[in-house]
Write a protein that binds this ligand. Structure first.
Ligand code: FAD
Length: 397
């Protein structure tokens, strides 16, 4: 006979572990499946190994979704402060990186250990290294065929995340199951991902800048992000560009300000007075990293002194510094993306408890849903909040 449980959670990542703990504590018998041999592999590498586990300001405007209102209910009912209380209860030390952006002082492993410790033994069991071959809805129960045998559950929680980083075990499992149960998908694309530039003289010259990092302001679609820009061997990265990538679509223009808050033209004009005999690149490197200064002035003869730079050239250079426009060839794709934009359409999900409107007892949480957070701890907060909402739904089901 099949193993019978109240809830089967598929995916032992951030959202699945959180949901399992809450449901176990509420007295449900829960089984958690994961095809990896251990839980939370993405948590372990997150935030450079320190897990940026939440952002205290998490609000709907930090999330992309076809329905921007969808996140409101779950985020309001399980807040960043609620998660911090749990972290404190487990005596995990943490710090702000930027205001509100919280990281472990020690290691991301502490977050995985905490989530596992929150799962009451006896109530929550784990099936690691297990593949699911079928999830069917028969009468009022779900039947699951797995490499660890057959299981029957009153509810199923889909928590296998998005497509980012297949090497860590990402798969389209939740999308596929939801689709089979009549749910629609919002087309997916890589988010929080470095840009790739196409070939050509400019891109070749840019490659020499690999490793250079500058403060920047990036305009993309209707959004603006102020943060570091990092030149890479293949294109552009750094937090500002990662943020921009989630809003970028093929063919879109990035407007780049390499001197946010500054005034390049008055600096250059003043520089012409101050250092008439210096080269343009030399003066500009007072303001920008030397390699970048040289790149921006590569069309100017090095022997030409500042005194000989016409206004027109200084204006053109200032324009380039403040309003550089680039059309990236693409992104590094799911292999390098922190998140997946798009996913299971929120239209057929309850924002109160993440329950399917098509199949009672089916819940979808975390990144599998068409909800994508900004960089900065917002994605984990969505995982926690959506998991708690679904746990409430499963308890009532
Ligand atoms: P996941 O945590 O990805 O968990 C999904 C689980 O499902 C995995 O354990 C996987 O093995 C399992 N699974 C997948 N397919 C199957 C299948 N077919 N059968 C069985 N099991 C399956 N967000 C932040 O907020 N802060 C950060 O600091 C941060 N850093 C990141 C760093 C990197 C490098 C990456 C890639 C992401 C980072 N993120 C961060 C994003 C964050 O990790 C995700 O948004 C979050 O983990 C999503 O939680 P989830 O539970 O929905 O999915």
């Amino acid at each position: 006979p099949p193993h019978s449980v109240d809830v089967a959670v598929i995916g032992a990542g951030a959202a699945g572990l959180m949901a399992a703990g809450r449901m176990g504590q509420a007295g449900l018998r829960v089984v958690v499946f994961d095809h990896n041999d251990e839980p939370g592999r993405k948590i372990l590498i997150s935030g450079g190994g320190r897990c940026n586990f939440t952002h205290l300001d998490a609000a709907p405007r930090h999330y992309l979704s076809a329905n921007p209102h969808f996140v409101k209910s779950a985020l309001a009912r399980y807040t960043p402060a609620d998660f911090v209380r749990m972290v404190d209860r487990h005596h995990i030390a943490w710090h702000h990186k930027s205001p509100g952006q919280l990281f472990c002082d020690g290691s991301a492993r502490q977050i995985v250990n905490m989530l596992m410790a929150e799962c009451p033994a006896g109530q929550v069991t784990f099936q690691f290294g297990t593949r699911l071959t079928a999830v069917d809805h028969c009468e009022d129960r779900f039947c699951l065929a797995t490499t660890a045998g057959a299981f029957e559950a009153r509810s199923v929680v889909l928590a296998t995340g998005g497509l980012s980083i297949p090497k860590l075990g990402a798969s389209s499992f939740s999308y596929d199951v939801a689709k089979r149960f009549g749910h629609s998908l919002v087309p997916t694309r890589a988010g929080l991902v470095p840009f790739v530039l196409s070939g050509g003289p400019e891109a070749d010259a840019l490659r020499d800048l690999a490793g250079v990092s500058v403060p920047s302001r990036i305009k993309v679609a209707k959004e603006t992000f102020s943060d570091a820009l990092l030149f890479t061997h293949r294109g552009l990265s750094g937090p500002a560009l990662l943020q921009a990538s989630s809003y970028w679509t093929h063919g879109g223009i990035l407007g780049i300000d390499l001197l946010p808050g500054g005034d390049a033209l008055s600096f250059l004009t003043d520089g012409r007075r101050r250092r008439p005999r210096a080269a343009l690149a030399t003066v500009l490197s007072e303001l920008l990293p030397q390699r970048l200064a040289r790149f921006l002035t590569h069309e100017v003869e090095e022997t030409e002194t500042m005194a000989n730079q016409p206004d027109r050239r200084l204006r053109g250079l200032a324009e380039r510094i403040h309003r550089w426009q680039i059309v990236p060839a693409g992104t590094e794709g799911y292999a390098k993306a922190e998140v997946t934009c798009g996913g299971i359409d929120t239209r057929d999900l309850s924002s109160q408890n993440m329950g399917s409107r098509r199949v009672p007892g089916l819940f979808v949480i975390g990144e599998a849903v068409d909800v994508t957070g900004w960089l900065g701890g917002y994605n984990f907060q969505w995982a926690w909040s959506s998991a708690v909402a679904a746990a409430g739904g499963a308890v009532e089901h």
